[in-house]
Design a protein around this ligand. Structure first.
Ligand SMILES: *Cc1c(COP(=O)(O)O)cnc(C)c1O
Length: 359
């Protein structure tokens, strides 16, 4: 009954929800620093807008997110035809697979990187070709050399999840100059708003010279709307048109559209979120150094840290104390954990617990 291509796909296993850990441990005070959510929560303006919108949910949403699209098009300086929205950027990753990948065609990804690129390829029966990171960073020249005439897509997660590293404008410039124009390059910029590096590429500029670029962004991370599921793609009119062919008609719910629109207007919330992330990053770097732990310098709201012990044990011991983090063994790093930068209080609790667990 089942398509062969589906048989090898394993369902995604997310981290345990806070409520479940609370129930299991019989404690109330559980924090989750595992999924790179905004510790400040959503913009208050977004919450207010949703309250107002709640009584209108018997009406179908705008299929193309019209109001939000108009606002974002102004903000980004791209036309409305160059934008499309999905139920999270995960959703758009799936559209990309559906629109471009035939059975047996190749998709190039970095290893380790975000797992959903593999999913989007595998559901279409495509072959994932993995190119190891170099110094925890995408090795763009190796990815370029991996391209064959079977290659349809290259995914560049910038900054990369789970390492927090970025590739520079110079590196991407040279990469784009060499990539064949029938290979689509997807830049996943889920953490773009956190980046402070001067040589981070403004990928929207590539849309002028190249017809094979798709940029993905999301309201799930710095905007604090992960539970609503809304993300978007920026590309040229033609590719956006193809993605719209595989998009179900009312993919983004009206609460998500309303909240994203309000969140976009709340510059204060965005600035505060960046600020506490910068402070938290500084504090955690200091503390990791004090504990003699090496970490990968990050351009995001999460940090990959080497705890120099079996990471699954550290993960389990921390969870018993009510601190949920990510075991990086899933990414091939046996002694590393990935932690989300939280509020001051959460960061202190993270460090205290980690120090105890490692002692
Ligand atoms: C969180 C994340 C996403 C998914 O975002 P949604 O919009 O919530 O689906 C995409 N890419 C990367 C690299 C992420 O870390």
């Amino acid at each position: 009954m089942i398509r062969e291509d589906i048989l090898d796909i394993k369902p995604y296993v997310p981290g345990k929800p806070i409520e479940e850990v609370k129930r299991e441990l019989g404690i109330d005070d559980v924090i989750k620093l595992a999924s790179n959510e905004n510790p400040l929560g959503p913009s208050k303006k977004a919450v207010e807008a949703m309250k107002e919108a709640a009584s209108g949910v018997h009406i179908y949403p705008h299929g193309d997110c019209y109001v939000l699209k108009e606002a974002l098009s102004d903000r980004l300086g791209v036309s409305e035809e160059e934008l499309m929205f999905g139920n999270g950027s995960d959703d758009i990753l799936k559209f990309i697979g559906e629109a471009f990948v035939n059975t047996g065609e190749e998709v190039i990804v970095a290893e380790p990187s975000f797992s959903e690129y593999e999913f989007a390829t595998n559901i279409m029966g495509g072959d994932v070709v993995k190119v190891p990171l170099k110094d925890y960073t995408h090795n763009l020249s190796a990815m370029l050399e991996t391209i064959t005439d079977q290659t349809k897509l290259v995914f560049i997660c910038n900054p990369n999840n789970p390492t927090g590293t970025t590739v520079t404008k110079q590196e991407v410039d040279s990469f784009m100059a060499e990539v064949p124009d029938d290979v689509v390059v997807v830049f996943d910029e889920a953490y773009k708003e956190y980046v402070t590096s001067d040589d981070y590429p403004e990928t929207i500029n590539y849309l002028t010279d190249y017809d094979n670029v798709i940029i993905l962004r999301t309201f799930s991370k710095i905007y604090g709307l992960a539970g609503l599921r809304i993300g978007y793609a920026i590309s040229n009119k033609e590719l956006i048109g193809y993605l719209n062919r595989v998009r179900p008609p009312f993919e983004v719910n009206s609460m998500a559209q309303t909240a994203a629109y309000a969140a976009l207007q709340d510059q204060d919330h965005l600035n505060k979120s960046k600020e506490i992330n910068t402070e938290g990053k500084k504090y955690l770097y200091q503390e990791f150094e004090r504990l003699g732990l090496e970490y990968v310098p990050t351009e995001t709201n999460f940090i990959l840290v080497d705890v120099k012990k079996d990471a699954s044990e550290v993960f389990a011991d921390m969870q018993k104390q009510g601190v949920i983090i990510r075991n990086a063994q899933a990414f091939g790093y046996e002694t590393m954990i990935r932690v989300t930068i939280g509020t001051d209080e959460q960061n202190q609790r993270l460090i205290n617990t980690l120090e105890q667990v490692l002692a």
